[in-house]
Design a protein. Sequence first.
Length: 670
Amino acid sequence: MSLDVLLQGPEGEAINKEEGLPDIAAGEGGRPGKVVTVTDPDHLGTFSGPNDMDQGWGILYPAGREDLLSALEPLIKLRERQIADRWTINRQIGDPPKVQRWPIQPTTDSTTFLATVYDKLKFRDQPMYLLILGDFHEVGLEMQQGLMSRCYVGRLCFDSPDDYRAYAEKVKATEETPAAFNQPRLVLYSTSDSGWGRRDRAVDSGHAQLIVPTHKDFSDFENNYGYATTDVLLAGPRAPRAEHGSWDGLRKLARADQPTVMLSLSHGAGLPGWDKDEQRAMQGRMKLSGREMLDLSHLSESPFLPNGVWFYYACFGAGTPHNSVYAPWLRKLASTGYWGRVPDVLSTLARDEQPFVARQPKVALANPEGPLGVYAHADIAFSYGYSKQKGQDLFTTDDPDVFEASGKDSAPGYVRDVLGALGAGLRTGLALRYLTNILASVDDNLLKGYQTDAELEDKLVRKVLEAAAQPSGPAAEEDAASRIFNAVRGASAELGNADRMTLDAIAEVSKVSVTELVDAFGTRVDEARREAARLDARSHNWMTRNDLRGFILLGDPAASLALPTIRPERTLSQDDLLNDVLGGFVSRPPSDVAPAPEPASDAGPVTDAATALSASVSLDDAEDAVLDAIIGEETRRSIAKRLGIKSRELDELIEVYKNAGRAALKQHLG
């Protein structure tokens, strides 16, 4: 099996149109950089889930760019109000956490930020939702990737404060408008290189291994994650319906008001020979077919996924890093001659070594009728995100005998789970956790592999020392085994201290290669083969780890599709639980019992809004709505829509209900 890269070549062709990168090349990978350890604290109280806004929301912005905070003021005020509301509903202790605003220097990394700033806060004041502002050279890409193991992280990067404000107003309008649709729609799009008259192995395999299985999963009524099965659509040249086959057909689908999640698979532009400005304008842009690339005016001048989410799968779709994690590996491949296209790939790295966010997602997110979030890759995107390579096991071990995974652990499973989480109403930053969890599992497997390496090396060193301690070696001085034996004996005497006895040290002093040492003193042939397979599996895990780590979220991590959640039937256990916690103000009296008298004036004035509502909303419906808001299993936006009122009017009903309850409690306590 070979590896595929979703990158456009110097003549507009796919880098590996017909020839993939040999999978043996994965063996040139290295150790992981920063290890991912995922934590999911649910620390804000009994009723606080990770999707609740009282988990907190904060901003990291480039030092000196307070103008970006001013531009985002509509979004900041919205989040402050939502945090306070949810804090009250969940009956948290004390005042709600404030929206944190942290100025960040370009050189600050995630480890430093967590140790010196974030972890210095009280636990309840640590926001789980973090929005980074600015380009990669202002607040580093590593900061975002490092924080993803602890928090739900997104980034906004635009060319002007006006675009930041436009995005803020878009999110605010989306969340304050009652949802118009009960279910989301899913569009799955893959491009084709048919314009060249030849097959495109990277996109062809991606369509077969990612798009088709995802379509099958979401078209299954038993497993559709909340999407209507009639609204799971294939688009692109392979689409079964002709009207969905072209880019124009996709644009028509993308104009619809129904909240839409789109997964697209294509090459990302990365042409050698660009100057710096051209690279910043073009790199990562979607390649449609032949030499045709996406016209960004299609994303800015008309609706495109309004209030939806785009999972854009291509090289450099989110941006270009300062130095690709693959750069040392690619340069090593170039020296070995494994793959002739390495220079073309290396030439796509940042020209002036200043990293940058891609222009395509900037344009889409700045569109007032564009998406709320874009998931995309901030490096070279290989096929590991959707294909399973020989010997690869992401979920259990790098042992080749424990290799096959099935069900949701299949290759496209984590992409599918991100899409499913969005359809179920999870916030964009939280939905990405389905991918981050897999990344942590891969890192764990890699560390186990390196521990095994250390144990095997220690075992082999002991064998070498035991052999060198024997009184005599093989009889024939000219024999190769005798030469190695005598060289190792001399090396062990020269090194002396056993703590210095590593394979590399013995090989260096004895002038015998590590390979010769393994052959002479190693294990049986079948065990050696097994060890080679184990290392091969680990190499694939290394590639998978870096491929997954490249995916980031562009957009507010607390944004979500404008959808009502499914309204659950209230059960006795729910009523009893809330009755115990909230002091008896939840359980409704039987219908044959007269309602309690109106509370005294301590309950507060009746607002004009409440008076106006009295003619159109019944008491029972109003009480149901308030209780549903307290339970929190349905969004306030959807409750207001069901009741036919505005969100702020529902807020006033809740406030009246709370005041009345407090007045009754005060009267009862005397």
